[in-house]
Design a protein around this ligand. Sequence first.
Ligand code: AMP
Length: 370
Amino acid sequence: MNIGVLGAGQLGRMLALAGYPLGNRFTFLDTTGNPSAGIGDVMVDTDQQHLTEFLSKVDLVTYEFEHLPVPLVQAIEEHKPVHPSSEAIRVCQNRAEEKALFDRLAIPTPAYRLVESAEALEAAVRELGTPVVAKSVTDGYDGKGQAVIKDPANAAEAWRSINHPRLIVEAFVDFVREVSIIAVRGRDGQVVFYPMAENLHVDGILRYSLAPMPDLDAAVQQTADEYIRALLDELDYVGVLTLELFQARDGSLLANEMAPRVHNSGHWTMDGAVTSQFENHLRAIQGLPLGDTAARMPSCMVNVIGQEGEPARLLEIEDAHLHRYGKGERPGRKLAHVNLMAPTHEALVEKVRACAALLPGAPAPRFSFE
Ligand code: AMP
């Protein structure tokens, strides 16, 4: 089966790496003019002239990037199966739609308001109480298009700096940790769940994901499973879905956002789970049985950002697995990740520190359970 992928970055590359053993071939459609997949058949289409050719090559279509024009995906759906559907893209690329869906399914979120002017923003800040986080409703990722507001007097400045016609304003959550749940739904509606991961972000960019968490109450995992199952069923979703959440001091979960695709917080599954998120996504969209999501061992993913460091030194760490994306160094750019595994969480955290020490500019890893 030839799988068409919209987007041609590292997520697409890792999908292909997981798909070759299954006998898949891959054709990527890149609309940015800057593909980095470095694998498969990459079609660069900056002027929307190559869609027909792309569709003639592929049996089904998936994507690794959700900020795509919905009408484009709907047009593709007229010709080839698209998983997940354009409806999932439509909801996930808009924070207001996403929050409305969470509300409808009774999935708790931080208190929020939608605003369309600097004045309304200031009023929302007063109503919610400081601090708040203001985010553009569309086009934001990795913490871009956001501002933390600590005083209503700063609302006008934040409005100007985000420079977007519609914002969502959220109460700032005093979380114990950020976590994510990744689940996979097959074409037959079967759902499997990965163990939740603890995620450390710095400046809005993910730096570390650790799973399974040593102190996670089974009831909390079950709650997260229920939330994501509700989303998957509601959207009649096929493939991998990621839900990012905040965990509060009392253990409760608040949904932050979701991504209709394989996710950086699931990269640990490439080496740390029986079946990786990439393989399971491909199994799901092709109607194949889903693979076991269990963790083999405590695992941690360390992102390599901006500068590569010395790959040979990283590989000196026992049971370290380096995944490089073939991209050039640039500040803030995701270039690679290292998956580390150890029989105990104590030994794992030690390895994570050793790994971080080898990466220029890596923040100190600090996990909630330490
Ligand atoms: P997002 O793009 O919504 O995932 O936001 C990027 C990062 O900003 C999150 O991973 C959090 O670290 C932080 N953040 C976003 N929203 C909130 C919030 N309501 N309360 C506290 N921190 C937040």
